[in-house]
Write a protein that binds this ligand. Sequence first.
Ligand code: FUC
Length: 792
Amino acid sequence: MTLKRLTCSFLSTLFFLLLVPCVPCDDGESRSLRLLFDRPATEWTEALPVGNGTLGGMVFGGAAKEQIQFNEDTLWTGIPHDYSNARASEYLAEIRRLLFDGKQKEAERLAHQNFMSLPLRQVRYQPFGDLWIDLGERSGVTDYQRALDLDRGVASVTYREGDVTFRREIFASHPDRVMVIRLTADKPGQIDCAVSVTSPHVESRTSVQDDTLVLAGRVAGYHHPRDGYFQPSILRFESRVRVVEQKGTVTAEGETLRVARADAVTLVLTAATSFEDFANVGGDPAARCEQILSALDFDHGAMLKRHVDDHQSLFKRVSLDLGDGGQKHKPTDLRIKEFPETNDPHLVVLAFQYGRYLLIASSRPGSQPATLQGLWNNLMRPPWESKYTTNINAEMNYRPAEVCNLSECHEPLFDLIEDCAWTGRKTARMHYDCPGWVLHHNTDIWRGAAPINASNHGIWVTGGAWLCQHLWWRYEFTLDREFLAKRAYPIMKEAALFFTEYLIDDPRDEGDWLISGPSNSPEIGGLVMGPTMDHQIIRNLFANCIAASRILDVDPALREKLTALRARIAPNRIGQHGQLQEWLEDKDDPGNKHRHVSHLWGLFPGNEITLEKEPDLFAAARKSLHMRGDGGTGWSMAWKVNFWARLKDGDRAYKLLGNFLRLTCSPRTEYRGGGVYPNLFCAHPPFQIDGNLGVTSGIPEMLLQSHRQNDKGETILDLLPALPAVWPEGSVKGLRARGAFEVDIAWEGGLLSRVAIKSLGGRPCEIRYGSKSAALVLKGGERKELTSRDFR
Ligand code: FUC
């Protein structure tokens, strides 16, 4: 090469580098909070998730062909529909009588024929489409890397080919409501690609309008594979992909846009449906896409900055340091595989922060709440329809919201609760002839509230009551009185009103108890009267309503009534094996390893079983948990991390964390195994996001607990209640606690070294560290640091 050509090429490269907008530099922490791979994804559970609450993508990262499978959170099958069964309540008394007479199978049969939702099944969350970027044959690709930067909320792919380095960055922007894909190279004129979109929906078509790909269609109805009935569907959808090249050409070739010799190209994807709310499907998806795109200036640097600023305003609130472990440079799947040997503390940090990332990406004000799969689903018939299962999974998704300082991300769940209070009013009346509202063990986009699938597990009445705990938590963590008065209390009160009429005197008992039934202990033992979990949840709901009505100074008569009824609800009982009984009858099987551990609800997420107030029940809960063992589905192990943390056994909680972090490769393995996929998605299996989010609440629970109050009614902040020996040094910053506190904790040699408490609400609290305590009175906004010497 002549000197002149060399100089020329150097100058043109320099000129090009100056022209390409600067990507904000990674700082040290950002670089460490990454999922990292040395090859493209071949399975969906290896791809990397991005999301803005509404719009989600799974990035496969092929060098020759990029695939981004995408979703929009309102694309579901079905039609606006009330699932209540108008004649159900006529059978209630008979179902109860059969159960009281010990005729369970007859009761289940009668209920199955006459008491269930119409139709029997709820509907499916749907995939939207796939974006394809075909880069042609690539030969000699080296230095390939695929990454998800949790701190910036950006997925990336980089590789070299010859002397050119190619880079791709993908993010889903909440402020701009689009997904953005940017392709660059470090030499000019290198980007050649063909961009297309496909959809798995049969009633869809793609077209090209100038520089934009358009995918439009409607969701088709289907015959239910199990029950045969026809399920009509109604939603229409549209997606647009705008192609903005830099210094090249874009031409249409059929349904493809071809980019040639560009320095860089930016693809901007948006998607919408005709869904407005659970009763209104009159939206115009084309107009919505148009409106979103016409509000943009397509300046990539500015879009990236808006996105990163927005993401970090949530993500950076909490940091966790458990030590480095020296494994960060390795591919994530390898780190998971080696975890049993390495105990890689930073992988635990990554799993914790991944849960926070996933909640930010799948649940933002105005979006639908995170489903069983969050926002991400590539299947037309996803497992359990990828809907909302309220006998554990939906609540587990939202456990980290308050404690992990992501209160805003809780909002979509509150919207869903409001919707279900509306639909559940009709269900309460039609199925039980009761006031208030009720929700059974599932709901979907149309907010079905009636019992589905089968009477032996579908008739479970405490879904709404459990969700109300989240309304109360929002108040407890923020002390937002207006939220309590306007949103939370009216819904909690109506949920409680249902139980004031639904609870029934047990004619068989010796103690004049009120019991719940027909119901079940999810999903074990069939239809029964009086499962322990129901009683714990109803006691919790009543207690929170009583407290809320006192705070708001309203409804004294109702308060008195709830107090009297609450005292009569059947108590927790200890059985023949020293276990906490799952049912009124002492019939627990010590060999039962079932994934649900519902009767420990009062230990977590409830708060009625504590060592200090109920030592015998505490010991019985421990015994029950031992009996269930340390295995289970992904979410089951995540729940057990939280249980063992509440039982103050850090090493056992850590063991469950280790069991959760086992690499599961096959998405099709049934029930056994649990663990995580290569992309760290929780493996039920199949993929369910609940376990990711359950672990993200479990780790803080090991470091800080705030569910107890002292005799003065002040929050007790328990520091390092379940610290495992394997994390001798560490720190956590920014956790939230009940009573509106923000807490930073550091420890060394396994002992507390510093704690800083910031009060957001000006309430006094008591801080406990082991058997020592310190009282603290701070004004709102005030922060104080203490060391272990300050505890007596
Ligand atoms: C409940 C669980 C299952 C699964 C499903 C979505 O029914 O028992 O394990 O998580 O929800």
